[in-house]
Design a binder for this molecule. Structure first.
Ligand code: SF4
Length: 277
């Protein structure tokens, strides 16, 4: 069986940047997981003594706190500064952008609509910047229930599919006097998604590698499975591979989420090669 990697996969600019920042700040702790990949977090801990703390109270004066790529809520950031914690901000600039938009547009009197998952750390952070609150929706059906002001500003979670964002915008634009649409979907997501779409047209089984809680990895898998109708599996690493997936298959396509390091991808490639010899 042949194995082919997607044209674009794996680490994006924001994650590479965050890892470099963490590596340059050994003897620190990240507040929440730096990226959505437990194996890489473990490596940073072992090789650079970058610990992980889920609890804000753990950070005290003089401690070094590395802020994760998806950002944290505004009040928590203020609290860290107020405690004189040494804050190292590794928030991806593509996440800082919607945070700034929410703050500015909310203060300018716009009602804020965020297209994304309310429980996702990125959205919790972005929402917290809307000074007068924000509505977080995942569908037009949810929008229909809202009573919004005449002036609306809309942003999207960086990993959302553009087609779905357009549905939200298309609903709002004819119904309200002023709708300011900001394209906050990240290019890295587009590039990895387009590459999966292309590869899934020729492959007959697809392996998508990434943390089980990584939403962009889940989306890559769903593009291969739902749009292209090929067998596709979301795994975290080589240990999750199952020989039966490759029986009778000729080309295995491989992609990986934006937080998946190359060394894990290589282990998976080696694992598949060993299983299909
Ligand atoms: S996927 Fe995009 S927004 Fe998310 S960390 Fe990477 S570059 Fe930043």
């Amino acid at each position: 069986m042949k194995i082919k990697l997607a044209e674009n996969y794996g680490f994006c600019f924001g994650v590479k940047r965050a890892i470099k920042i963490a590596e340059e700040n050994s003897n620190s702790a990240t507040y929440g997981p730096l990226i959505h990949n437990s194996k890489e977090i473990q490596r940073l801990n072992t090789d650079f003594n970058v610990a992980l703390s889920e609890n804000l109270a753990d950070f005290q004066t003089g401690d070094k706190a590395v802020i994760r790529t998806h950002g944290i809520p505004k009040n928590e950031l203020s609290e860290l500064y107020a405690r004189n914690v040494d804050v190292i901000d590794a928030t991806c600039p593509y996440v800082t952008k919607p945070q700034q938009i929410c703050e500015e547009m909310s203060e300018a009197g716009y009602d804020i609509v965020i297209f994304g998952d309310d429980s996702h750390p990125e959205i919790k952070g972005v929402k917290s910047y809307a000074t007068y609150g924000a509505h977080v929706v995942t569908s037009v059906a949810e929008l229909e229930k809202l009573h919004l002001k005449e002036r609306i500003a809309v942003v999207a979670q960086t990993t959302r599919k553009v087609e779905n964002y357009l549905e939200i915008c298309n609903y709002l634009i004819p119904r309200y006097k002023e709708v300011r649409v900001f394209n906050t979907i990240c290019n890295a997501t587009f590039e990895n998604q387009d590459a999966v779409r292309k590869l899934a047209q020729e492959a007959d089984v697809m392996i998508v590698i990434g943390g089980m809680n990584s939403s962009n990895t889940k989306q890559l898998q769903s593009i291969a499975y739902e749009e292209q109708k090929i067998d596709s599996y979301h795994i975290e690493g080589a240990d999750d591979l199952d020989e039966s997936w490759f029986e009778g298959k000729e080309l295995c396509g491989i992609s990986a989420g934006a937080s998946t390091p190359d060394w894990i991808i290589q282990q998976v490639v080696d694992g598949i090669k060993a299983m299909t010899k």
